[in-house]
Design a binder for this molecule. Structure first.
Ligand code: PMV
Length: 331
């Protein structure tokens, strides 16, 4: 046991299928390495206490040997890890820092938990394989989101693009050429749990209306997988527009997201949609290379607080296919 270690985890973006994925439809997501969470472990001053210095929250959380009422999700995360490993609470201090905006559809919660658990497991001399880590992060995601599909933890723990179907083995996907995606932040934080809960109410109260919407999103996602395989940016744009319209019907868009989607398309994006839980957070636009600067400027003018650029391209180390390319932050 070295009691020192560090680990990090990327953010993620959902390209297609959010919300419907909770109901068993497929979704497509990729890691977003321009933003990340990092955890650094040092030996602690107090035996039998893990201090979690959550830099972004401006708080220090304490994991004690006995569970307390109302513990923070990060405390519960460490407790679950130690239970899984069959270890008592060690004396550690973990500093956690994240550049991923919270509650904005980029997987902040799952990334912070992943970095934290990876670093603590390493420090106590019991590094976890991805499958076990993914299971633990999913348990913590439930505390944040209620009924998460598991897509966030899967993309973030495995750090690979996924074609994700709840409860099924992880599949990646193939890509042709290079597909450019801009990711723009409305600056509005919106807890996923609420949007997911509202959609659940809609589906429960009016299944005849909303089940076909979910199925339609699933069909779009399957078509998008083929369009990515062909490198067909025009088709992806059209599918994004259709997916966004269906997300509007599920009431998870908002004025700021619609404004950014519209602004991107007006200046040449092939299509755009909200990404993640919605009601704020981020949107994505599919853009031809020559139009990137223009679309980025239009997004800024329409109120985006940050625009990131990422690419999906063929030929990387993960299962032959991956998102590659450093992500340029156009902030
Ligand atoms: O807002 P995010 O990044 O947590 O994405 C949530 C994706 C949903 O499909 C809305 C919920 C889920 O658990 O899959």
């Amino acid at each position: 046991m070295t009691l020192t270690a560090s680990a990090s985890a990327p953010g993620k973006i959902i390209l297609f299928g959010e919300h419907a994925v909770v109901y068993g439809q497929p979704a497509i997501a990729v890691p977003l390495t321009a933003v990340s969470a990092r955890a650094v472990v040092q030996p602690g001053q107090i035996p039998g206490r893990v201090l979690i210095v959550a830099a972004n929250l401006g708080r220090t959380l304490v994991v004690r040997p006995e569970p307390q009422d109302g513990e923070h999700a990060l405390v519960i995360a460490v407790r679950l890890l130690l239970e899984e490993l069959g270890l008592p609470v060690p004396g550690l201090q973990v500093t956690v820092h994240s550049t991923i905006p919270v509650a904005s559809g980029l997987g902040s919660g799952a990334a912070v938990t992943t970095a934290l658990l990876r670093a603590v497991a390493e420090a106590v001399g019991a590094p976890l394989d991805a499958e076990r880590l993914n299971g633990l992060v999913y348990e913590v995601e439930k505390l944040y989101h209620g009924t998460p599909s598991g897509i966030d933890n899967t993309v973030i723990v495995y750090e690979r693009p996924v074609f994700f179907v709840r409860g099924e083995p992880i599949e990646t996907f193939t890509a042709s050429g290079q597909i450019d995606v801009l990711v723009a932040d409305t600056g509005i934080s919106s807890p996923t749990r609420i949007a997911v809960g509202d959609v659940r109410e809609l589906v429960k109260s009016q299944p005849v209306v909303y089940s076909p919407v979910l199925e339609h999103i699933g069909a779009i996602t399957r078509e998008a997988r083929e369009a990515i395989a062909r490198g067909d940016v025009a088709a992806l744009g059209a599918l994004a527009v259709e997916n966004h319209r269906l997300l509007q019907q599920l009431t998870v868009s908002c004025e700021a997201l619609d404004r950014l989607v519209h602004a991107a398309i007006q200046v040449g994006a092939t299509g755009a949609k909200l990404s993640g839980g919605g009601r704020g957070g981020n949107m994505i636009a599919f853009v031809r290379r020559g139009d990137l600067a223009r679309v980025r400027d239009a997004l800024r003018q329409a109120g985006a607080v940050r625009v990131l650029h990422t690419t999906i391209q063929a030929g990387d180390h993960h299962a032959g296919i991956c998102q590659t390319g450093r992500l340029a932050d156009y902030r």
